[in-house]
Ligand binder design. Structure first.
Ligand code: PGA
Length: 252
């Protein structure tokens, strides 16, 4: 890590009722009050956004959404738009998580539209990329990342991307307990940074935060954060418990 400000983000996926989410948020706020050198975000389910926001307002913890649709409003049953998420306090929006690509038909094209929609309303996109186990075995990791990053950012220019965050999440490491080694993660992060340099520009490549995700825990965060191109983490399972997530936040 260099002088980029770390971001530790929790993806709560489809867990916790609104009451449970608010309680975990309360416990987290208690534990991270006073943390000033790390950005912290949690992304509960849509139903929990408002109750969680009430708890974390005026704390170091920011709110994120797990997904969004690219139109602002309309006849799109079951969807939610970027302006709606902003209006309930979201600062970040996770886009293109591998579970959405795998189970809900997200493609590089829809991911691109969602990134544009988020940027338009000032929601910081957390743009997820990563290879499957088969792709890694077939030595396609870098070509998969190349395609995902280029297509995801197509048509966007440097000025629009200053709030962009990229999360490298090898699909085989998500929820499996298998973490990429620090070196595997560093190699992918360095490659993604070089892609940003090639396709956008050098300044953005230097400033953009690239998070690692996939079985991050209190026990492995410090070593990951030692890597020069790892600027934070997107945490699933270990973010559901306030104590373990706060230990990750306080990795130093
Ligand atoms: P995990 O999930 O930490 O449970 O592996 C990470 C993610 O899906 O963002």
């Amino acid at each position: 890590m260099t002088n980029r400000r770390p971001l530790i983000a929790g993806n709560w996926k489809m867990y916790k009722t609104p009451a449970e989410a608010a309680e975990t948020a309360r416990q987290l706020v208690e534990r991270v009050t006073g943390v000033t050198d790390v950005d912290i975000m949690i992304a509960p389910t849509f139903a929990s956004l408002e109750p969680v926001f009430k708890v974390i307002q005026n704390s170091p913890v920011a709110l994120g959404a797990q997904n969004l649709f690219w139109e602002n409003e309309g006849a799109y049953t079951g969807e939610i738009s970027a302006p709606m998420l902003k209006s309930v306090g979201c600062e970040y929006g996770i886009i293109g998580h591998s579970e959405r690509r795998q189970y809900f038909g997200e493609t590089d094209e829809t991911v691109n539209k969602k990134i544009q929609a988020a940027i338009q309303v000032g929601l910081k996109p957390v743009f997820c990329v990563g290879e499957t186990e088969k792709e890694r075995e077939d030595e396609q990791t870098l070509s998969v990342l190349d395609k995902q990053v280029k297509k995801g950012l197509e048509g966007l220019v440097s000025d629009q991307l200053d709030t962009l965050i990229i999360a490298y999440e090898p699909v085989w490491a998500i929820g499996t307990g298998k973490t990429a080694t620090d070196e595997q993660a560093q190699e992918a992060h360095q490659f993604i940074r070089s892609l940003v340099k090639k396709t956008v520009d050098n300044d953005l490549a230097e400033s953009i935060r690239i998070l690692y995700g996939g079985s991050v825990k209190p026990a492995n965060i410090a070593a990951l954060m030692e890597m020069p191109d790892i600027d934070g983490a997107l945490v699933g399972g270990a973010s559901l418990d306030a104590e373990s997530f706060s230990q990750i936040v306080k990795f130093k």
